[in-house]
Design a protein around this ligand. Structure first.
Ligand SMILES: [Zn+2]
Ligand SMILES: [Zn+2]
Length: 281
């Protein structure tokens, strides 16, 4: 059984349609794939239907934009009900925040000598229900201001960067509670990737487990080096967490994140599956 529990379609910031993504999963020899677009459930029905045709089980996922101590934290939700009123209201607020932020970012970019138009960004957004920084990065590439997304983030868009504008995100404690009340399983994505370890040190993860019943953390992710994976594995054992492995695939939008490059142990997935079934109303 090959299981990959984190991927993005063009509904958020990937490049494949949900059905194309499931085709790639089938070609990559995956038995199970979770589609987990940022702050939206919109691609799931299409992905599930494609999975039924292709013999791939598609898990209904979503990656929720959360925050802790002013830094962004990503929370994967598996099997959460899109109709759950609390979660739906917060998702709408997150998406509005993204839209409202765009004008602020574009003004800063213009002042920094790297102007792009809102139309150019919206062209990159395509069918996605929300504007993300990767879309702005793509517009910067198109305009010739940067070579690739990495340079766009390094020079302009990263947290605290010269063109960064704060936006609304959900405190991670509240995010976990919302996922649970929507019947979902809550797993923190890449908790120790890109300097996040200072935002989510072991004692904070422990508190999230004890006070909010956090279900799991992603262990095998390309943003984690060998040492981070080894230490996270130990923590997962000590706290009795579910430790997952995933690609965080974005199509051609992110290199070195091919579907199935990291996978989740079948026993861990069986427990996630059991919890998803147990929590559905
Ligand atoms: Zn993420
Ligand atoms: Zn992701």
């Amino acid at each position: 059984m090959r299981i990959d529990l984190h991927s993005h379609s063009a509904i958020s910031d990937g490049t494949d349609t949900p059905a194309e993504l499931v085709e790639v999963a089938a070609r990559s020899g995956l038995d199970v794939v979770a589609l987990s677009d940022h702050d939206t459930f919109d691609g799931l029905d299409e992905a599930v239907a494609a999975g039924e045709t292709l013999g791939v089980r598609v898990v209904r996922g979503m990656e929720l934009s959360c925050v802790r101590s002013g830094s962004s934290v990503h929370l994967l939700a598996y099997g959460a009900d899109p109709e759950s009123p609390g979660l739906a209201a917060e998702l709408a607020r997150v998406r509005e925040g993204r839209q409202g932020r765009l004008a602020g970012v574009l003004a800063k970019l213009a002042a920094l000598g790297a102007p792009v138009t809102e139309a150019a960004v919206m062209e990159r957004v395509g069918d996605s229900p929300s504007v993300g920084r990767p879309h702005i990065a793509d517009a910067l590439i198109e305009a010739g201001h940067v070579q690739d997304r990495t340079e766009a983030f390094d020079r302009f868009l990263s947290d605290g960067g010269p063109a960064h504008v704060e936006r609304y995100a959900i405190p991670v404690e509240r995010g976990i509670n919302l996922v649970h009340s929507a019947g979902g399983v809550a797993v923190i994505a890449h908790p120790w990737g890109r300097g996040r370890e200072r935002v989510l040190p072991p004692e904070v993860l422990e508190a999230l487990v004890q006070e909010h019943a956090l279900d799991g953390v992603e262990v095998d992710h390309q943003d984690h080096d060998r040492d981070a994976r080894r230490r996270l594995r130990k923590l997962v054992q000590r706290l009795d967490l579910l430790g997952t492995g995933s690609s965080d695939y974005h199509g051609t939008g992110k290199t070195d994140h091919d579907l199935g490059c990291n996978t989740t142990d079948p026993d861990v997935f069986a427990e996630i599956d059991r919890r998803m079934a147990a929590r559905v109303g």
